[in-house]
Design a protein around this ligand. Sequence first.
Ligand code: URA
Ligand code: SF4
Length: 223
Amino acid sequence: MVPPRARRPEPPRLAKPVDEVPDGSLAALRREAAGCRRCPLWRDATRTVFGAGPGRARLMLVGEQPGNEEDLAGKPFVGPAGRLLRELLAEAGIDPLQVYLTNTVKHFKFRMRGKRRLHSRANAAEQAACRPWLAAELDRLRPAAVALGAMAAHTLFGNRFGLLRERGRWQVPGPETHALATWHPSAILRMRGPDREAARAQLLSDLRTAAAGLDRGFARPSP
Ligand code: URA
Ligand code: SF4
């Protein structure tokens, strides 16, 4: 008998559906998103920070929004949160170059304090406007996904998803679709003392869960 062809999991569905998922290759999406005017955030930011990583990546990490350094560099996770993330990926045995990194919202949002640009959270309308890009990235890559922090978790699993309660557990938002949520590395950087150590260990453990899920192709572990 011919064995069934190995199939990739279906793309994680977003909890809040998108009217139309943009089509075209990842490269075409990136070019189109560079001129995106779907919400006002493009006006003050330097550039669109689209996802980055190999188109064949089996794992996608979804953050919140680009920060100051990402806005200047045009790449996700190049600032302090990204450094912590890379450190943890390495500890979890995941090659950061094999991972696709992206964000829920693709422009930096900030307010000025003196000469500094301080991060400010995208509102619900801005998050909704940006969802088609994430939906398209998920659709083209068909990866397993890790949501970093509540914004990404709510986008993937809905607003009733509780990060503290449900982090680190595979969710199945669609048939054959695997995604889990964990701490955002920025949240860990804001913590101090034992809380910080504990959350760091949990984020590491959740990345290991993601790596193990990929390794066994999401088959149920044998009893
Ligand atoms: N935080 C995020 O959520 N994304 C980035 O790209 C950088 C920091
Ligand atoms: Fe477009 Fe998203 Fe930027 Fe808004 S934040 S302009 S929706 S890319």
